[in-house]
Ligand binder design. Structure first.
Ligand SMILES: [Mn+2]
Length: 277
């Protein structure tokens, strides 16, 4: 039997429901209008790979957490962000269909999503308690004001929006950055910094044992002061990052490239075998 879960918008109601679940976490897709600005779509095969993965996860895990920055509405031309989100959903009908059918998908807000809370019911924080472990999920932009420098704090959104216009004019400002970021990710070159420490500190304050964020596009699994911090990375720039949290066997893993076709149906842990039988 698959188990029930609860999404909580309010921090103070956290960690009430004991569960036994296996959770996949994906973030930072930045889906757009399939134009020059669509950082996800401009990587050949990205959409097909995503659907292959999601189809697989739907039958092999209990929950699929979409941990923010799923939709790129921050860089959009239009000021009507609800309309923009609906347009993006039309460009990705299969994805829209998957998440609107509820079921295993849990949507958490990111800073580029802007209206997913109002339109799709995304929550700010998601918490799960299992095997005496409290797991806290949030996108991570909530920490920007704590860790960012003056420039980022005051002008980041303007910069992102301006970058969108440069790209519309044919100036690709992210290609080089994406290549360097991919190299660092595949070679585990990301180091713990202010963001990871602040995320862990927040988790500690909220009584979480495991803290999971996206936002930085730095896939990571690291222990900070006896707390496990994980970052789900991204799926832009040709990246295919994902986290699988198995709360049944306390196994928490980052995948930089996960090929569903290489998996047998019984490889995902004893709980899932039981669930399938
Ligand atoms: Mn973000």
């Amino acid at each position: 039997m698959l188990v029930y879960y609860r999404v909580r918008n309010e921090i103070h109601t956290m960690f009430k429901e004991p569960l036994k679940v296996q959770i996949a976490v994906i973030s930072d897709l930045h889906l757009g209008r399939k134009d020059k600005l669509d950082q996800f779509n401009r990587n050949p095969g990205a959409e097909a790979q995503l659907y292959q993965l999601l189809d697989y996860l739907e039958t092999h895990v209990d929950k699929i957490v979409l941990l923010g920055d799923i939709f790129e509405t921050l860089r959009s031309k239009t000021l009507n962000k609800t309309k923009e989100l609906k347009t993006i959903l039309q460009y990705y009908p299969k994805f829209a269909n998957k998440i609107s059918n509820g079921g295993k998908y849990v949507l958490v807000k990111g800073n580029h999503d802007l209206v997913t809370g109002a339109v799709l019911g995304a929550s700010e924080y998601l918490t799960i308690k299992e095997n005496n472990k409290n797991i806290l999920f949030f996108h991570g932009h909530q920490l920007d004001s704590v860790v960012a420098d003056f420039w980022t704090k005051n002008f980041e959104n303007v910069g992102v929006w301006l970058g969108g216009w440069l790209e519309r004019m044919g100036i690709d400002i992210t290609k080089k950055a994406n290549a360097s970021s991919k190299f660092k990710s595949l070679n585990n070159l990301w180091k713990v910094g202010g963001f990871e420490i602040a995320a862990t500190a927040l988790g500690k304050k909220l009584n979480a044992d495991i803290i999971v964020t996206g936002h930085s596009h730095h896939p990571m699994k690291v222990e900070i002061e006896n707390h496990l911090f994980l970052n789900s990375g991204t799926r832009v720039g040709g990246r295919q990052d994902m986290i699988i949290l198995d709360t049944n066997i306390n196994d928490y893993e980052i995948y930089k490239k996960f090929d569903p076709s290489s998996q047998s149906s019984h490889q995902m842990g004893p709980f899932i075998e039981e669930a399938l039988s």
